[in-house]
Design a protein around this ligand. Structure first.
Ligand code: NAD
Length: 257
């Protein structure tokens, strides 16, 4: 019997619409570019107006300048999307006893509550079309902990749970939900962390990359945003309809420990 699958096929997403949160920078920008190249109309959602507009212009998409911590503003975003990439995130590095509670709450709002609300908002359209892809930008910190990152590690572990529940509910409707779990990626978020980690650990910035960030990675280089975007796009392609509720490490072997 001949299989209906062509193992060499690539994603053709023409006629589909995608929404990428935090699409103005780093991994989100790389995802927007990859999804647009595969034929989607990309809705670029970002707090940073200039960045969102620049990426939308470059990819032929639409910019939405929204603060994901503003629950009411999420109602302004399109619900008719076939691919949702929950990517926007922020970091704060401090010991728990000094961690500002309002910063902890903001991180949960942007990285857990907003993804929940956007999944909730977009699933009816995906269910109606019998096809949808939720890609959650988690982290190795969705699977492992590090000191001084209580809010971020908590939020990423919560996102893992949301992704799995979405996978179970969406399966009967042709909707998959997965997490992508990178180690350190060369983006502005990480560049910011190098400085704050240097302060938290009391060591020079160059030592942060070699001795702290890549300490648990067997592969001793930062990941590029395009490598993460390629995995996100693959999850939307023709070979992954059976892949759901999973967490895919892109961490240079970190989680093999
Ligand atoms: P980045 O800082 O380069 O980009 C994040 C984008 O999100 C920015 O454009 C920012 O304006 C936007 N954003 C932040 N708060 C927002 C809000 N309240 N409303 C709307 N937009 C908001 O970050 P990045 O490194 O590309 O990270 C993207 C995602 O990947 C994050 O969820 C991050 O946790 C995850 N991740 C990053 C790395 C890494 O090493 N860079 C590793 C693992 C996981």
């Amino acid at each position: 019997m001949t299989s209906r699958f062509d193992a060499s096929a690539t994603a053709d997403l023409s006629g589909r619409a995608a929404m990428v949160t935090g699409g103005g920078s780093g991994i989100g920008k790389a995802c927007a570019r990859a999804l647009a190249a595969a034929g989607t109309l990309v809705h670029v959602v970002d707090l940073d107006a200039d960045a969102a507009k620049a990426v939308a212009e470059e990819t032929g998409g639409r910019a939405h300048v929204v603060d994901l911590a503003d629950t009411e503003a999420l109602e302004m975003l399109p619900a008719e999307v076939d691919v949702l990439v929950n990517n926007a995130g922020l970091q704060h590095v401090a010991p728990i006893e000094d961690f500002p509670p309002e910063r902890f709450a903001l991180i949960q709002q942007v990285m857990v509550t907003a993804p929940f609300l956007l999944v909730r908002r977009t699933l009816p359209h995906m269910y109606a079309r019998g096809w949808g892809r939720i890609v959650n930008l988690s982290s190795v910190h969705g699977l492992r902990a590090s000191p001084y990152k209580s809010a971020y590690v908590t939020a990423k572990h919560a996102l893992e749970g949301l992704s799995k529940v979405t996978a179970l509910e969406g399966a009967a409707h042709g909707v998959t939900s997965n997490c992508v779990n990178p180690g350190y990626v060369r983006t502005p978020l990480v560049e910011g962390q190098i400085a704050s980690q240097a302060e938290a650990h009391g060591i020079p910035e160059e030592k942060v990359v070699s001795d702290v960030m890549l300490e648990r990675s067997a592969i001793k280089r930062l990941i590029e945003p395009e490598e993460v975007a390629a995995m996100a796009l693959w999850l939307c392609g023709p070979h992954t309809s059976h892949l759901t509720g999973a967490s895919l490490p892109l961490d240079g072997g970190w989680s093999a420990h």
